[in-house]
Design a binder for this molecule. Structure first.
Ligand SMILES: [Zn+2]
Length: 109
């Protein structure tokens, strides 16, 4: 049985398969144009996922900031350190997701 590469997730699939078992991408009876459109749709889906994830990260950072602002825990207490930690992780996560989104956008052209 010959193996082909799935155009959407790049995993190996049987060339006889009508659908990718990994990402359920359908290849049977698709023209080059259809495949291209499907590829763009999947990229969009990935971007939407990254966008919602980056929003969650931003929300986390904002929540930590609001906590610091309202509760004003003592510096070097565990509450203070945790809030700062969450804020930094949230911001980093946000930036990482944004950079990944830019990368997806650039790959499309
Ligand atoms: Zn696939």
């Amino acid at each position: 049985m010959a193996l082909a590469q799935c155009p959407s997730c790049n995993k190996r699939v049987s060339s006889k398969a009508k659908e990718c078992p990994h990402c359920h991408f359908v290849f049977a009876g698709q023209s080059e144009e259809d495949l291209q459109r499907e590829f763009i749709r999947l990229q969009q889906e990935k971007k939407d996922k990254l966008l919602s994830r980056s929003m969650l990260a931003l929300l986390l950072a904002i929540a930590a900031f609001v906590y610091l602002f309202l509760q004003q825990p003592l510096p070097d207490s565990w509450q203070y350190n945790t809030a700062i930690g969450v804020m930094i992780v949230g911001l980093l996560w946000f930036i990482i997701n944004r950079v990944q989104m830019l990368f997806i956008k650039r790959k499309r052209r």
